[in-house]
Design a protein around this ligand. Structure first.
Ligand SMILES: [Zn+2]
Ligand SMILES: [Zn+2]
Length: 338
């Protein structure tokens, strides 16, 4: 088979690789129905997160179980499954507290931008759908694997409740699905910080009520104006830079909640400054596995259509163009079809 390998900044190749097979008895091998490029793939692609060797890419996936190891009990070949970007046994204390992305046996998935994928800890990691879903639901189901799960965690960790005033910092796929999640959780007002018209439009479709196009201190001033000088109850930081983090903290009301789900890159917080902001901070790699059953159900029941974040669909062999389009912000998110 051929799979996606990143060789260095801007150098994505689709090349011959060994077809994955069962290694551990707890593994499953799945045939990918759809995969995609993640915003976090762009950090190494842009050379901002160095790689030491050619690195197989891809961690968002769904597909049909082809083969299971002899210890796998809850899955069978032919089932359609979705899994998180982090594997989990779903039984250790961290998993039972709902933090499966910190499972003591966690591995971060990679190699999913390929037609076939080995998934470790299959019983704890993969969630099957009741039936094989129709093709038109596959993009939305794929989002539950990471971007929707991460946006949902962002809203949950920021304590979004019915009636909340919410700010979303970041208009990438995660930010946009943070809007959708906040809307599902009953937020009354959802302010999105975005400068891109196409993304603003999708944010509105997902439930945004206000758009702020200013950034940094100007953006904070605008949010303060919109919230009568109080700040928002819940702020979702979905970027991971110093500026976006400070913007999020400064938009939050005293006693409010900030979640941060963008992988931080050179973000530093000043303890004394943080002390006087009086905010709750909660973030990290989203425990997507906690939310998968609920999110899959919302998609299958037609309650949400998160697959709209895919504004570019390419055959898998054109994966390099998917990276380019996202890097140049021509695409919000690129879906790849094997
Ligand atoms: Zn991802
Ligand atoms: Zn665990």
């Amino acid at each position: 088979m051929k799979g996606t390998v990143l060789y260095g900044p801007g150098d994505v190749r689709f090349e011959d690789r060994e077809t994955p097979k069962i290694v551990e008895p707890t593994d499953a091998v799945i045939r990918i129905a759809a995969t995609c490029v993640c915003g976090s793939d762009l950090w190494p692609y842009r050379g901002l997160q160095p790689i030491n060797e050619p690195t197989p890419m891809g961690h968002e996936y769904c597909g049909i179980v082809e083969e299971i190891g002899r210890a796998v009990q809850s899955l069978k070949p032919g089932q359609f499954v979705v899994g998180s970007f982090a594997t989990s046994d779903n039984t250790c204390p961290n998993c039972r507290y709902g933090y499966q992305s910190s499972c003591i046996h966690r591995e971060f998935m990679t190699r999913a931008q390929a037609p076939v994928l080995r998934v470790p800890l299959a019983d704890g990691t993969l969630v099957p759908t009741p039936d094989v879903p129709p093709d038109e639901l596959v993009p939305s189901l794929l989002t539950t694997s990471d971007v929707l799960g991460t946006g949902w965690f962002a809203a949950d960790a920021a304590n979004v409740k019915p009636g909340s005033t919410v700010v979303v910092v970041g208009d990438g796929a995660v930010g946009l699905l943070g809007v959708l999640s906040a809307q599902q959780m009953g937020a009354e007002r959802i302010i999105v910080m975005s400068r891109h018209e196409k993304r603003q439009q999708l944010a509105r479709e997902f439930g945004a009520t206000d758009i702020v196009s200013e950034r940094g201190d100007d953006g904070v001033a605008r949010v303060m104006e919109l919230t009568k000088g109080v700040g928002a109850d819940s702020v979702l930081e979905c970027v991971g830079t110093q500026q976006s983090m400070m913007q999020a903290i400064h938009c939050t009301r005293k006693g409010g909640h900030v979640s941060y789900v963008g992988v931080p890159h050179e973000v530093e917080l000043n303890g004394a400054e943080l002390f006087f902001t009086h905010v709750h901070l909660h973030g990290g790699p989203a425990p997507v596995r906690r939310y998968l059953p609920q999110l899959i159900e919302l998609v299958l029941n037609g309650k949400i259509d998160p697959g709209k974040v895919f504004d570019l669909t390419l055959p898998l062999e054109q994966v390099a163009e998917g990276y380019r389009a996202m890097d140049e912000r021509r695409a919000i998110k690129a879906l790849l079809q094997p």
